[in-house]
Design a protein around this ligand. Structure first.
Ligand SMILES: Nc1nc2c(ncn2[C@@H]2O[C@H](COP(=O)(O)OP(=O)(O)OP(=O)(O)O)[C@@H](O)[C@H]2O)c(=O)[nH]1
Ligand SMILES: [Zn+2]
Length: 315
């Protein structure tokens, strides 16, 4: 197998996906499910300081380095999407957490731990700022009465987010959720203890989310993998476990962009009297009118105001 970029350095090339990586060694899974530990070629390493930074989730072409047993990444394919942490103000560049995602799965629990809707807003804003679709999953619905949960998360349904009420214990809602995850490339996130691993292991038996085998060379000298790790799903697609996202701040998002990160605000923004309306103190603000009429949730608006203030302080 060769391709147009083959320059004689490799015996052959294969296409695959970067599953994980630390310390310059990356694990690539080829399209026929073989795993390789690879490094970046010198040329790409230099480019990595520019716009082309290799990330978990990237599609790559790898090849065997001639006259050796080692493999290297020959080419990084263009990305269709990315989940990135932007750099703090003043710093350059961004850190890509996962490339090539279809959606972000934000998992919270109905109870134990108690859900914080305003924390959920932060996860959703991160997804929106990256142009990614988000799906809200409320696990442990066996612990709380159904109408209480529905009421509690109604503002997110109004905002247009798909909401899955599920329980690993009773099996409720799992079939529908399975159909929305299978075959797709998803990032999994949410607070600790909400049941993310239990849920994925139940949806895809054998996935073994937290105990995924980290190849020795990839994890050399480290106790835990710091970056995202992809878990391939049977039948295609993957789930990316993204520990990094839990601490992701909203660094680098412009305060003026934040209203765009609330999907239920987007169709209203142009109806405000002032084109540069901040939706806080101005008269004839379409968003404040929507809160009064109940089409936009008060809690969501509270998050908007708080996040906007935080971001304004950064710049
Ligand atoms: N009642 C109830 N308990 C659940 C459910 N799903 C998971 N749990 C329990 O919740 C606890 C946390 O589950 P985990 O799967 O470890 O949670 P996690 O989100 O992966 O946690 P981290 O690894 O810390 O991020 C475990 O004790 C599970 O048995 C559920 O649907 N109902
Ligand atoms: Zn306004």
């Amino acid at each position: 197998m060769t391709d147009a970029t083959f320059d004689g350095t490799f015996d052959g090339t294969f296409d695959g996906v970067v599953m994980q990586g630390t310390g310059g060694i990356w694990q690539v899974r080829t399209d026929d499910a073989a795993l390789f530990d690879v490094s970046l070629r010198g040329r790409l390493k230099h480019e990595a300081h520019g716009s082309l930074k290799l990330a978990v989730g990237d599609r790559v072409t790898i090849g065997r380095v001639a006259d050796s047993d080692s493999w290297a990444i020959d080419r990084i394919h263009p990305r269709r999407s990315k989940l990135a942490r932007r750099a703090p103000a003043g710093a350059r560049g961004e850190r890509i957490i996962v490339a090539n995602l279809d959606q972000v799965l934000v998992v919270f629990a109905a109870a134990r731990p108690e859900p914080h809707p305003r924390m959920l807003d932060r996860f959703l804003v991160i997804a929106e700022a990256n142009g990614l679709a988000a799906r809200i999953i409320i696990n442990k619905v066996d612990l709380v009465d159904a109408s209480t949960i529905r009421e509690r998360f109604d503002e997110f349904v109004k905002a247009g987010y798909p909401l899955h009420l599920v329980s690993v214990v009773t099996g409720e809602g799992l079939e529908e959720l399975h159909d929305e995850v299978a075959g797709k490339d998803s990032a999994l996130t949410g607070p600790s203890g909400v049941g993310k691993s239990s849920l994925m292991n139940r949806l895809f038996p054998g996935l073994d989310l937290r105990t995924a085998e980290i190849s020795d060379s990839v994890n050399k000298g480290r106790h835990t993998t710091v970056g995202a790790v992809l878990h391939p799903l049977p039948g295609g697609g993957f789930v990316a476990d993204t520990p990094g996202l839990r601490e992701v701040g909203l660094w680098g998002i412009d305060a003026r962009e934040i209203a765009q990160c609330f999907p239920e605000f987007r169709p209203l923004i142009h109806d405000c009297r002032f084109a540069d309306c901040t939706h806080t103190v101005e008269p004839e603000c379409a968003i404040k009118a929507a809160i009064r009429s109940g089409t936009v949730g008060k809690g969501r608006y509270e998050s908007y105001v708080k996040l906007r203030e935080e971001l304004a302080e950064q710049s």
